[in-house]
Design a binder for this molecule. Structure first.
Ligand code: BG6
Length: 464
């Protein structure tokens, strides 16, 4: 695979650039992994000095500023200022590329601008032999995702398209798939005979944090379920990738989604935290969900009949993402002298902010009685996600031309099909109090056993 020899980056003065992209580029420079021209395109009218100040501020706020890395990074940066609707901007870009043979264009801009930018790149000859990186949201339903794909494919073939889902670059998510396929003991139990249910929770203790106008158009389902949560589900449920080449992993993940019937409205509970309607940019009568809980099925030999629950929300009791895999109940404890049911065994993958994999098992509590207690066997326990930042990993991979950790077109399509019947106002939205676990209706969805709340938070759900 030929690495790219220039990085063109649209949206260089945007929020994402400030929070994620410059820090990731600085980290790549500091590890000696980035030494190609970076052409930053924006329409800010900044002088070069003002632009360098932006980079400094970004690193100060999000990267940990290092003078040497800053000097190395800024030595790579060239600036193109101009309107995206003006072809002259792209002619300037072409000149700045100075004959780069395999540029990569990063569209860190709203999707509504994709088509204009792509057409102009093609018109001036900058799309030839080039790659393109695009950000989520990737459409707002199947039809709009297909339109975006068609726009991209006018100038780039699928192997040159890198759709970012930063969850795929997370150390803990890679750790999850590694654990699954690096341990023989897991395979015999990883199916409908031994697994009772799977719960995937992404809880956030904060609200929309100034992104009200964006969030209002999106809601929890489109913001994190159609992409991040379904990616995690696919990692948990997929078959081991086979074959050579980079497509094995992506093939297996898509097969999982293809085996999922579209989620039914009766299996979805939407919620909205109290006070959301007063957030800047949010309509006073908004029905956008800030919380969603749902039950999904995977109709395969391995998973048929095992419910996969997904729950994601803002304004909840804590911030944590985890996967909880509950095994079937031990059949009986009678012969051990135990009265009442035994606790079930379970595996817990903490994905964020803490990272760990642990197994809950029953052991005899010391003493006269044959009574048990549950202990946790931790396989790895890191206080926080170590390793590369997701953006650092993903941008490095994209520059190297490795598509493994990027979302393929068919995954996007299938993911939209899975949520197609429950988008928007297909179901009612229930109010809920902040700092709890969402509306009470979510408890009814899961039934016996209840939700596994991260960090030992066993607060009940509440109706706001
Ligand atoms: C983003 C969503 O994709 O992921 C945000 O737009 C969400 O709403 C964020 O807060 C969570 O990412 P992380 O890495 O902080 O878990």
């Amino acid at each position: 695979m030929e690495s790219s020899d220039a990085l063109v980056f649209f949206g260089a003065t945007g929020n994402l650039a400030h929070k994620k992209i410059f820090p990731a580029l600085a980290a790549l420079v500091s590890r000696g992994k980035l030494n190609i021209p970076i052409i930053a395109v924006s329409r800010s009218g900044d002088t070069h000095e003002q632009f360098l100040e932006r980079i400094r501020a970004s690193l100060d706020d999000h990267g940990g500023f290092d003078e040497k890395v800053f000097t190395q990074l800024t030595a790579l940066v060239r600036q193109v200022d101009g309107d995206y609707a003006d072809i002259a901007t792209f002619r300037k870009l072409k000149k700045e590329l100075k004959g780069a043979r395999r540029p990569i264009h990063y569209l860190a801009i709203p999707p509504s601008l994709f088509e204009t930018v792509i057409d102009s790149l093609a018109e001036v000859g900058c799309a030839e032999n080039a790659r393109v990186i695009v950000e989520k949201p990737f459409g707002r339903d199947l039809a709009s995702a297909r339109e975006l794909n068609a726009a991209l494919h006018k100038a780039f073939d699928e192997s040159s398209v890198f759709r970012i889902d930063h969850y795929l670059g997370k150390e803990a998510i890679l750790g999850l798939s590694y654990f699954r396929f690096a341990n023989t003991f897991l395979e015999p139990i990883w199916n409908r005979l031994y697994v009772k249910s799977v719960q995937i929770t992404m809880a956030e203790n904060f609200g929309v944090e100034g992104r009200g106008a964006f969030y209002e158009e999106v809601g929890a389902l489109r913001d994190v379920v159609q992409n991040h949560m379904l990616q995690v589900l696919a990692m948990v449920a997929m078959e081991p990738p086979s074959g050579r080449g980079t497509e094995g992993l992506r093939d297996e993940k898509v097969k999982v989604l293809r085996a999922m019937p579209p989620i039914c409205p009766t299996d979805v509970v939407r919620g909205q935290y109290e006070g959301y309607r007063n957030e800047p940019g949010v309509k006073p009568e908004s029905t956008t969900e800030t919380f969603v809980a749902l039950k999904a099925q995977i109709d395969t030999w391995r998973w048929s009949g095992v419910p996969f629950y997904i729950r994601a929300g803002k304004g909840l009791a804590t911030t944590a993402t985890e996967v909880f895999v509950e095994l079937q109940n031990p059949p009986t404890g009678v012969q051990l002298g135990q009265t009442g049911p035994m606790s079930t065994n379970s595996l817990l993958f903490k994905l964020s902010p803490d990272v760990s994999i642990s197994l809950a098992a029953n052991v005899k509590a010391p003493g006269e009685e044959m009574a048990g207690r549950t202990v946790e066997l931790a396989f790895n326990d890191l206080p926080s996600a170590d390793g590369l930042d997701p953006y650092e990993r993903l941008l490095g991979d994209a520059i190297d031309g490795d598509t493994t950790l990027f979302t393929r077109e068919d995954f996007v399509d299938e993911a939209w099909k899975v949520v197609a019947n429950v988008l928007g106002d297909a179901t009612a939205v229930h109010p809920y109090f902040r700092d709890g676990w969402g509306p009470e209706a979510a408890d009814r969805l899961i039934g016996e056993g209840g939700w596994h709340n991260p960090n030992g938070h066993n607060t009940k759900t509440q109706e706001g």
